[in-house]
Design a protein around this ligand. Structure first.
Ligand code: IPE
Ligand code: IPE
Ligand code: MG
Length: 224
């Protein structure tokens, strides 16, 4: 049985779900939050230590201003509402991606990270304004600046995910088979599951099934 320490998820399909069910993309983003809560619970049940959630990419700035504003309001309210509870559940929150939002949101994010920094039950890495290409370019710039050798060990020190093991399992919902600039370095050996369901329709049972399937896969890492 494969150990499972880290699950990464591209939570895709909110907009389509919202349009189909409520005639509004934003309603889909709101509905997607319920799935986030379900998946967090199930992750803890399965004793998985790291969960990385792709919430906003560096490319998502190309969306209409109104949708972007809605998304960040939703995030702000979610955090204000839930951070105490997450902390009580011994969940650590870490943001990956550059925090260049409103000063109000930036400080809420920093505060939430600080508050939960000692928690050990589950670490949630929330990918916000995250893009793998930017992450890698920044890492190479750091290597150059510090005149360090270019090798795997040195490069890893400058990734957003330093000290976090690579994802064992990567899930993308929303019936699309692409990575959309997510963790390109870190998923080199991840098992990738593409799910047809839109994120708000994805549930604990779908997740548990994937985990079960993952456990039984023969992972070679180049060996036989
Ligand atoms: C993913 O859902 C969430 C974000 C990118 C913020 P989408 O908003 O991309 O949903 P679809 O793919 O348009 O349905
Ligand atoms: C990927 O979804 C980003 C997140 C889920 C946050 P997108 O919907 O932005 O991806 P593309 O643009 O369809 O590739
Ligand atoms: Mg999408």
């Amino acid at each position: 049985m494969n150990p499972l320490n880290h699950v990464a998820i591209i939570m895709d399909g909110n907009g389509r779900w919202g349009l189909k069910n409520k005639n509004s993309r934003n309603a889909g983003h709101k509905a997607g939050l319920n799935t986030v809560e379900k998946i967090i619970k199930e992750t803890i049940k399965n004793n998985i230590k790291f969960l990385t959630l792709y919430a906003f990419s560096t490319e998502n700035w190309k969306r209409p201003k109104k949708e972007i504003k809605f998304l960040f309001n939703l995030l702000e309210n979610f955090l204000k509402d839930k951070i105490e509870d997450l902390n009580k559940q011994k969940i650590r929150l870490k943001i990956i991606g550059k925090k260049n939002f409103s000063s109000q949101l930036n400080s809420l994010l920093i505060k939430s990270e600080k508050k939960t920094s000692k928690n050990k039950r589950l670490q949630i890495n929330l990918a916000l304004n995250y893009g793998a290409k930017t992450e890698l370019i920044n890492a190479f710039k750091e290597l150059k600046k510090n005149k360090e050798n270019i090798n795997e060990k040195n490069l890893k020190k400058y990734l957003e995910t330093k000290n976090i093991p690579d994802p064992d399992l990567l899930i993308r919902t929303g019936n699309t088979k692409r990575l959309s600039n997510f963790l390109l370095w870190q998923v080199a050996y991840s098992e990738i599951f593409f799910e047809k369901k839109l994120w708000p329709d994805f549930n604990e049972r779908d997740y548990t099934k994937m985990i079960k399937k993952f456990r039984s896969i023969k992972r070679n890492f180049g060996k036989i």
